[in-house]
Design a binder for this molecule. Structure first.
Ligand SMILES: NC(=O)c1ccc[n+]([C@@H]2O[C@H](COP(=O)([O-])OP(=O)(O)OC[C@H]3O[C@@H](n4cnc5c(N)ncnc54)[C@H](OP(=O)(O)O)[C@@H]3O)[C@@H](O)[C@H]2O)c1
Length: 261
């Protein structure tokens, strides 16, 4: 019955992974709150997801704003919605040399990928802990495992998400809030076009579909795992980062993440 459904909040719900999370959670019987900046895309997504039988609410928000997450929580409180599952998925990367790019562009990535994700985890995580439980999925990247020249801030922002999520996993376990960090490798979404990046054959060889990434991520979340790297090739790549010094990893990553000729 629709009334018994739990609510899930998905940030970055207009994107490749966000849309796939929406579909997967609707199929699992959740009502959904979708958020991002693009109203038309959010409304189109909501209309499609309502056909799965649950309620879908749209909240437009620019998460780069300092109080955006708190305002989002207040808007959902005003609607009387308790968020049982948070998918902190909104994020972006832009390719380029750090000093050649604008300060605003570089700091904007920290605002969305780090600050907003932390704030969302705080405002919704506290409510879950008080309410007796919940689920938080934080979207990082395989870029979290090594420095990536050309994506210096992006990779560092995802390393933050991985470390932060592992700590929260332990802290919140006793409050019955499951926290999992997912670290996808290259995935077929608009991310790359937005980043101004044409994947080279090496990176294309491990490209995954958003649906496969989402399935592995949700499986890990509901199994109570602290983190997951979707895909066997990505697992091998991230495992191998434990064998080499950071200087060598940075050299390798600059080849892996170079543009296609
Ligand atoms: N695709 C990959 O290969 C890959 C690999 C590893 C990790 N990831 C991570 O996966 C997550 C989802 O990315 P994606 O691949 O699905 O790319 P995407 O299609 O570009 O989706 C990014 C989403 O983030 C939202 N967003 C960006 N800036 C925002 C802001 N200031 N406020 C609110 N929402 C904002 C976008 O919506 P609006 O533009 O409408 O606001 C969009 O819905 C990101 O965290 C990304 O870092 C992706």
């Amino acid at each position: 019955m629709a009334d018994d459904r739990k609510w899930a909040l998905i940030t970055g719900a207009t994107g490749g992974l966000g849309s796939a999370f929406g579909l997967a959670l609707a199929r699992r019987g959740y009502n959904l709150v979708l958020t991002a900046r693009n109203t038309d895309l959010l409304e189109a997504m909501a209309a499609e997801l309502r056909s799965h039988g649950g309620e879908v609410v749209v909240e437009v928000a620019d998460l780069a704003g300092p109080d955006a997450c708190l305002r989002l929580k207040q808007a959902l409180d005003a609607r009387g919605l308790f968020i049982e599952a948070l998918v902190a998925n909104a994020g972006y990367g832009v390719q380029g040399r750090f000093v050649s790019r604008s300060r605003d562009a570089e700091l904007g990535m920290i605002d969305v990928n780090v600050r907003a994700l932390t704030d969302l985890s705080h405002v919704f995580g506290s409510a879950m802990a008080e309410h007796g439980g919940g689920h938080i999925l934080l979207v990082a990247s395989t870029a979290a495992y090594q420095p990536v020249p050309g994506y210096a801030v992006y990779a560092a922002s995802k390393a933050y998400v991985l470390a932060f999520g592992h700590a929260l996993h332990r802290e919140l376990a006793r409050r019955k809030v499951a926290v999992t960090v997912t670290c996808p490798g290259p995935t077929e979404t608009p991310f790359w076009e937005r980043a101004g990046h044409r994947l080279n054959p090496m990176a294309s060889a491990v490209l995954m579909t958003p649906e496969a990434v989402v399935e592995a991520s949700l499986k890990a979340l509901y199994a109570g795992r602290p983190s997951v790297v979707p895909g066997a090739a990505n697992k091998l790549i991230t495992l191998s980062t434990h064998l080499f010094p950071r200087s060598l990893l940075a050299w390798g990553a600059s080849y892996f993440m170079s543009n296609a000729k």
